[in-house]
Ligand binder design. Structure first.
Ligand code: NAX
Length: 357
């Protein structure tokens, strides 16, 4: 049997927590509204998936480290009790803690779900400043206590910029090991194409999410294909209506998170958890030949995207390392959209840096 891998999930209680921040008094005034709108639980959906082998494979034992903040400690312990009750063969241990050092010690994979979410009426800068301080502190703890070669996935928003802050404050973790989640957007794009063409989602591949995990992201199908009757065909040939691909498809993927909130009165949780598993799974175990996925990674200047941003690119993975797919042809339409989302990331970065002091 393989040695267990230690997986950290921050924000693992997945509970609503505005009311815990006493100093945000104007938020306390509408707690009842916020509670019904924003209680969501990615962490709660994610931990059983990890413990069932969906992230690291059916033959890889895991030890879960779950971190949350003090006011969520009791709920977090409840999640631990449920994990014990599920009697999961791959789960070799569970630590539920509010101590960042304990949570980060020995960690091989860190999935950062905990954060301070943006809420209507809140200034972007206020949210950014809260997340900058969270990610700065957690970066230092990972830097000092995580296993060598720890791989980090940031889920919490603003995901790209939180990952960038984490990278800055954990300089000994190689930048290649710090990523953010855009796989949910990638999977959403696959899902939309699949629904449109009535082809199973498993037969659609190589969509791309470029840029920020925000509404400026650019879902690109120019290189995507679908396989029917053993024949691989470009999506652009299969969708007779080019107009749909350039308009409705893009906005549907960009706005999907909002559509889920509207329908569920809760934000995406099971799909976010599932795509976080996909992200780590493919990163660690590799992407199949001829297939790429989208990951938010530290830009090396590929496709003219400025270095020093965490930007979502198409990547293939092999032996635990991702590489950006090179030499894809970019038309003018795509170029403009890729640059627009880069511009937003540059602005987010400077906002984040202005919160650092
Ligand atoms: P919840 O608010 O339900 O859960 C967040 C959890 O984090 C809570 O249990 C909270 O107590 C905990 N937390 C807060 N500060 C913490 C800290 N300093 N250390 C440890 N834990 C802390 O949010 P949920 O719906 O689970 O979403 C989590 C994050 O994912 C949010 O930031 C959300 O915006 C982001 N998302 C990102 C997605 C992506 O594709 N990148 C998609 C889904 C999701 O919207």
């Amino acid at each position: 049997e393989k040695d267990p891998m230690i997986v950290l999930v921050t924000g693992a209680a997945g509970i609503y927590f505005y009311d815990f921040y006493a100093h945000t008094s104007y938020l306390r005034a509408d707690i009842s509204v916020s509670k019904s709108l924003y209680r969501c639980q990615i962490g709660y959906a994610l931990v059983p998936m990890i413990a069932r082998g969906e992230m690291l494979g059916p033959d890889q034992p895991v030890i879960l480290h779950m971190l949350d903040i003090e006011p969520a400690a009791e709920a977090l312990n409840g999640v631990k009790m449920e994990l014990i009750d599920a009697a999961l063969p791959l789960l070799k241990g569970v630590v539920a803690t509010t101590n960042v050092v304990e949570a980060c010690t020995g960690v091989d994979i860190a999935v950062m779900v905990g954060g301070f979410p943006r809420k209507e009426g809140m200034e972007r800068k206020d949210v950014m400043s809260k997340n900058v301080s969270i990610y700065k502190a957690q970066a230092s703890a990972l830097e000092e206590h995580a296993a060598e070669n720890c791989k980090v996935l940031v889920v919490a928003n603003p995901a790209n910029t939180n990952a960038l802050i984490l990278k800055e404050y954990a300089p000994s973790i190689p930048e290649k090991n710090i990523t953010c989640l855009t796989r949910l957007d990638h999977n959403r794009a696959l899902g939309q194409v699949s629904e449109k063409l009535d082809i199973h989602v498993g037969n659609v591949k190589n969509v791309i999410i470029w840029g920020n995990h925000s509404s400026t992201q650019y879902p690109d199908v120019n290189h995507a294909t679908a396989t029917t009757d053993l024949k691989e065909t470009p999506i652009k040939e299969l969708v007779s209506n080019d107009q749909w691909l350039n308009t409705e498809f893009i906005t549907t993927v960009q706005q999907r998170g909002a559509a889920i909130i509207k329908a569920r009165k809760l934000s995406s949780a099971l799909s976010a958890a599932s795509s976080a598993c996909d992200h780590i799974h493919d990163w660690v175990l590799g992407t199949p030949k001829g297939k790429w996925v989208s990951m938010g990674v530290y830009s090396d200047g590929s496709y003219g995207i400025p270095e020093g941003l965490v930007y979502s690119f198409p990547v293939t993975c092999d032996k635990g390392e991702w590489s950006i797919v090179q030499s894809l042809k970019i038309d003018e339409f795509s170029r403009a959209k890729m640059d627009a989302t880069a511009k937003e990331l540059i602005e987010e970065k400077s906002l984040a840096y202005s919160c650092l002091n």
